[in-house]
Ligand binder design. Structure first.
Ligand code: HEC
Length: 153
């Protein structure tokens, strides 16, 4: 009796968790298709020598989302390396997307980290909020050298 209750409870939790995840990913897709797709493309593959891919990117796959959140909040500029290779872009600039809410950023990063073949963990609005607060004095875009000082493991 007890163990069957526990089974039903566990199953119900699994369904609930799945729904939360599915909802975040759908909300994230909406943000992606409003904001990010113009550059990174609906496929997440970017455009060669123009916009870097999010599919298979080591930036996206990082264990912790601390650099990704910063990229979306303040943008990134200057040459970057992607999976150990220089990514060449005539205008290496991603402008800030910091007008998005904590929840929108969490959802879009969850979408990016779990789609396009990526299999990284979800991002929460609380994580975005904490980093927005920690970086509230910042106005400049990030550079790769600065972001590399932020641990992601
Ligand atoms: C106006 C074009 C533009 C928009 C809009 C844009 N990006 Fe970018 N993004 C870029 C460019 C260009 C770079 C590379 C910048 C550099 O070389 O310094 C980049 C870099 C990145 C990177 C690091 C490199 C990689 O490919 O993994 C991530 C992650 C990223 N963008 C995610 C996003 C997300 C998520 C959104 C939407 C919230 C977004 N970007 C919106 C142009 C854009």
């Amino acid at each position: 009796m007890f163990s069957s209750f526990r089974f039903i409870f566990t199953a119900a939790c699994a369904v609930a968790l799945h729904q939360v995840h599915a909802q975040d990913s759908t909300a994230g897709q909406t943000v992606y298709m409003q904001v990010c797709f113009a550059c990174h493309q609906p496929t997440g593959l970017g455009l060669p020598n123009m916009f870097p891919p999010l599919a298979g990117s080591d930036w996206v796959a990082a264990a912790k989302p601390d650099r990704l959140i910063r990229i979306v909040l303040h943008g990134i500029t200057g040459p970057i390396q992607l999976n150990g290779q220089p990514f060449n872009s005539p205008a290496p600039i991603m402008p800030t997307q910091g007008t998005l809410s904590d929840e929108q950023i969490a959802n879009v990063l969850t979408y990016v980290r779990t789609n396009f073949g990526n299999k990284a963990g979800a991002v929460t609005a609380a994580e975005v909020k904490a980093i927005r607060e920690a970086e509230k004095a910042r106005t400049a875009m990030w550079t790769q050298a600065e972001l590399e000082k932020i641990p992601v493991n």
